[in-house]
Design a protein around this ligand. Structure first.
Ligand SMILES: C[S@@+](CC[C@H](N)C(=O)[O-])C[C@H]1O[C@@H](n2cnc3c(N)ncnc32)[C@H](O)[C@@H]1O
Length: 229
């Protein structure tokens, strides 16, 4: 018998998929909100990437950022819950002639990735959309190698004025917006450090967003075994 938790998640995911599928074509056409901030995030991330790196991305949208990082890494698996987003991402990869990025549909935990197998994980503009960011953070921690990094860019919607938060909640109630968690900086940093990460770089490009690079701090013994073999 299905429990209440999994019924909620199934319902939540079905709504998310419909919501993001409908938005995908428009999202692909939309320019990034601030080109200079976006470019700085790309540049900071690439300071931490290496051409030998195996990278995983979740919530990749139409894949534009994955394709930007492709020349700097060995392999990148970019994933998203929305088949329409992934469809556009695949077209973009083909158009750009990129061969070291693969795209797949699903949530972060769906891919049954090997423990301690990735050098870097990207979660960009996605953590605030997850009903349980802690579950995702633990999965990211599990799949990262011991010195692996997690890069996230996260809206801090608790810092928005009250009327904006009210509008968001009303839109959600009317099913015009997906689930959104209202976080502030300290709450997000606590979630990340509680999941076993140490902060390497924290940058707030605006009052309502944080760009974070964290390193896996609490080691998994399986990673040591992988390294030795
Ligand atoms: C705001 S967009 C961000 C896309 C891209 N990362 C970017 O920065 O432009 C959020 C993306 O997360 C995806 N998404 C929403 N919930 C998800 C979940 N539970 N698992 C994986 N992807 C999800 C949506 O389909 C959408 O493509």
């Amino acid at each position: 018998m299905m429990n209440i938790g999994s019924a909620f998640m199934n319902n939540h995911n079905a709504f998310s998929i419909r919501f993001w599928d409908k938005l995908a074509a428009k999202y692909a056409r939309k320019p990034v909100p601030d080109e200079a901030i976006y470019e700085q995030k790309i540049q900071i991330t690439q300071e931490f990437l290496d051409t030998d790196d195996e990278v995983f991305e979740f919530g990749c949208g139409t894949g534009s950022t994955a394709l930007r990082h492709a020349p700097k890494v060995k392999q990148l698996l970019a994933t998203d819950i929305s088949p329409a987003m992934i469809g556009i991402a695949k077209q973009q990869a083909e158009a750009s002639g990129t061969s070291n990025v693969s795209f797949a549909t699903g949530e972060v935990g769906d891919f049954k990735l090997e423990s301690c197998s990735k050098d870097a994980v990207l979660g960009l503009n996605i953590m605030h959309l997850l009903p349980s960011p802690t579950v995702a953070l633990h999965e990211v921690h599990r799949i990262l190698k011991n010195d692996g990094i997690f890069v996230s860019s996260t809206p801090l919607l608790k810092n928005e004025p009250l009327f904006v938060r009210w509008i968001l909640r009303i839109m959600q109630a009317l099913r015009h917006a997906p689930y959104i968690s209202l976080l502030n900086k300290d709450e997000y940093l606590k979630q990340v450090t509680d999941a076993g990460f140490a902060v390497v770089r924290a940058w707030m490009p605006t009052k309502t967003s944080i760009f974070l690079i964290v390193r896996k701090a609490e080691v998994h013994t399986c990673c040591e075994k992988n390294k030795a073999s």
